[in-house]
Design a protein around this ligand. Structure first.
Ligand SMILES: [Zn+2]
Length: 302
């Protein structure tokens, strides 16, 4: 089973309903903080569907190192410097090429202030085609485009693919991810990307595609999607359901599902902060979609 919780449905420019990138993805019970953009930690612990303490956070996964996707890494490490946190488990920081350099630069700025008080950091850089076990993120899995069918990983996995987005200052790749549970359910996250073959291939037949839709068509820019681009991707890939995210304000003001729907007939929703999609649940629960207001820990839909 996979829960995909949108903590931030916007891009770099926050609005009351669309915060910068942040997601909480739970694969067969293993939680992953995906893209800790600005404010991610606060929204994570406030959400009724996330952990209520950073002690329960074991894995952080990053698509790329633009600030709207990684700015809360330093506050996370600063928080872990506090003796108030009790966990002694390793914290896995997993991301694209350049993550180790980024962390070293942060260390040059902040020194021991961002050294965890008692947790060990495990840093792993993924290249396109690399996969990890959500239960043991430092463990490599044989997977990816060069893998034959018999080599595909058994059990749950997270596999990186190359998104088409301008490279950042630290590495060559911006990544998207394909999440699989042990039963074979598949959720795909585009990261920031314009249309590209790797995104279409990863999304083919997915149970869930969470795809960026940064701008209206008339504001189309390199490295990002628009409603028309999303519709074309979905016609190619035929995902079971689609959630639109990373909406900058001009896109968030539109009826994005209607615009995508003019070129694609499948189910599409536009995420808001708090949107939760569950796939692979028992009968009656599969595909449930709910939204809980940020800060509401009192209930809401699962
Ligand atoms: Zn972005």
């Amino acid at each position: 089973m996979i829960d995909f919780l949108v903590l931030g449905a916007g891009g770099a420019v926050p609005t009351p309903t669309h915060s910068p990138a942040a997601y909480w993805v739970v694969v067969d019970g293993h939680g992953i903080l995906l893209d800790p953009g600005p404010g991610a930690l606060v929204r994570l612990v406030r959400s009724p569907h996330g952990p209520d303490s950073l002690d329960q956070l074991t894995t952080v996964l990053l698509t790329h190192l633009h600030l709207d996707h990684c700015a809360d890494l330093a506050p996370l490490l600063f928080a872990l410097h506090s003796p108030l946190l009790a966990s002694t488990e390793p914290l896995y920081l997993i991301g694209p090429e350049g993550l180790a350099t980024y962390l070293r630069r942060l260390s040059e700025l902040y020194g021991s202030w961002i050294e965890p008080y008692q947790r060990r950091l495990v840093v792993r850089e993924l290249a396109p085609g690399d996969a990890m076990d959500p239960a043991a993120p430092d463990r490599g899995l044989k997977c990816g485009p060069d893998t034959t069918a018999g080599d595909e990983p058994q059990g749950a996995s997270v596999t990186a693919f190359a998104a088409a987005h301008p490279e950042d200052r630290f590495g060559r790749y911006c990544l998207g991810f394909q999440f699989r549970d042990a039963a074979g359910h598949c959720a795909v996250f585009s990261g920031d990307s314009e249309p590209c073959p790797a995104l279409a291939e990863a999304s083919r037949g997915a149970d869930l595609l969470v795809v960026e839709c940064s701008t209206p068509d008339e504001w189309a820019m390199a490295g990002h999607m628009t409603p028309t681009r999303v519709a074309e991707l979905c016609r190619q890939a035929q995902p079971q359901r689609v959630v639109l995210t990373h909406q900058y304000p001009p896109a968030a003001e539109l009826d994005l599902p209607d615009l995508v729907g003019s070129g694609y007939a499948g189910p599409v929703i536009a995420a808001r902060d708090g949107t939760l999609v569950r796939i692979g649940a028992d009968r009656g629960g599969s595909g449930r979609i709910g939204t809980t207001p940020p800060g509401d820990r009192s209930g809401g839909q699962p």
